[in-house]
Design a protein around this ligand. Structure first.
Ligand code: PLP
Length: 380
């Protein structure tokens, strides 16, 4: 099956043997009747398995060209499960531009458990190898990054991971499987905050993993069951429903963001635009190679770089809602320096490019004319 067909049918055979329901029913149950001890229909207790969750796990495996999927109560819970593959003394090399919650989990929880993290600038993959030691067990990559839209070359990193026999995990939340399939490029683990584009309607918090290797999958299933951060059946249903229109939504997100980026580039009050589709983006060619299109997110800074200017723009926006998160049908705007990245000291933040006037847009599916008009009146 090709992608659009898989978004609708992938992994969804034999969903409802009871009544033939076209959508997988929400199996809101904790336990399952057995005819005699051990004689059950594949499900015993909903922490270890639930038919609705199972349907979502098969769907993400199908979309990512993986063999196994796991659904968790949040994106962070999915990352937490990956980190539980490690032991005290192990080392991780991670993208320095990292989702704030991932950074917090790494440094505030797992460093206390004796795992060491090196945060490395990965846009130039030549930087990575010198940080690898005999204790390095995992490379953690996010691309495109939040909020600067940096692009990291997954194929180049795969070669490094293979050479040193370390696991490569990719946070594919911003790209979605519609635009980028890290497993096809050689990654071992793909992670998603399904809260974003996969759910797509800002109504659910869910995390997903997809892997190809059976031994690795069994370890992760064990962690999922033993640690218990599973996604509930209702939430899995909502993500399954979201996935069915992923291809259409992403196509429109990509079209709209292109017009927004081009509008911003021409606006005299805008200083810089960060979007991998622009020819002057440092890794535009890598993005072109590993992504089908350039995603639905764009950031920009304004001339003079004043936080007060950013605040004025954000207050004046009418269709773009000032809110954290991304990937829903509605357009959102955020101010990374005071919202998602406020916990990073100003000096560190500015080294990453997150200046006080930076605004991040999650460009939604409204009419493009309305979105451009809204941006124009706010920035003017
Ligand atoms: C939101 C997000 C996460 C965390 O996912 P939650 O579902 O909020 O726990 C991880 N990575 C990226 C890139 C995200 O945008």
């Amino acid at each position: 099956m090709k992608f659009n067909t898989k978004a609708i049918h992938g992994g969804q055979d034999n969903i409802d043997p009871a009544y033939g329901a076209v959508m997988p029913p929400i199996y809101q149950t904790s336990t399952y009747a057995q005819n005699k001890p051990g004689a059950h229909k594949g499900f015993e207790y909903s922490r270890s398995g639930n038919p609705t969750r199972n349907a979502l796990e098969k769907a993400i495996a199908s979309l990512e060209n993986a063999n196994y999927g796991m659904a968790f109560g949040s994106g962070i819970a999915a990352i937490d499960a990956v980190l539980k593959l490690l032991k005290p003394g192990d080392e991780v090399i991670s993208t320095n531009h990292l989702y704030g919650g991932s950074y917090r989990l790494f440094t505030k929880i797992y460093e206390d458990f004796g795992i060491q993290f090196n945060f490395v600038e990965m846009e130039d993959t030549g930087n990575i190898e010198k940080h690898i030691t005999a204790k390095t067990k995992l490379l953690w990559v996010e691309t495109p990054t939040n909020p600067m839209m940096n692009i990291i070359d997954i194929v180049a990193i795969t070669k490094i991971a293979r050479k040193h026999s370390v696991l490569l995990a990719v946070d594919n939340t911003f790209a979605t499987p519609y635009l980028q399939n890290p497993i096809d490029l050689g990654a071992d683990i793909v992670m998603h905050s399904a809260t974003k584009y996969l759910g797509g309607h800002s109504d659910v918090v869910v995390g997903l993993l997809a892997v190809k290797d059976k031994t690795l999958a069994n370890k992760l299933y064990f962690i999922q069951k033993a640690s218990g951060a599973i996604a509930g059946p209702q939430d899995c249903f909502l993500v399954l429903r979201g996935i069915k229109t992923l291809h259409l939504r992403m196509q429109r997100h990509c079209e709209n963001v292109k017009d927004v980026a081009e509008f911003l580039e021409k606006h005299p009050k805008v200083e810089k635009v960060f979007w991998p589709g622009l020819k002057n983006h440092p890794n535009h060619d890598v993005a072109k190679k590993q992504m089908k299109d350039f995603g639905g997110m764009v950031s920009f800074s304004t001339r003079g770089n004043k936080q007060a200017d950013a605040e004025k723009i954000l207050e004046k926006l009418k269709i773009f809602t000032l809110a954290e998160s991304l990937g829903g049908v509605e357009s959102l705007a955020g101010h990374p320096a005071s919202m998602t990245h406020a916990s990073i000291p100003k000096e560190e933040r500015e080294k990453l490019g997150i200046v006080d006037s930076l605004i991040r847009l999650s460009v939604g599916l409204e009419d493009i004319e309305d979105l451009l008009e809204d941006l124009k009146q706010a920035i003017d």
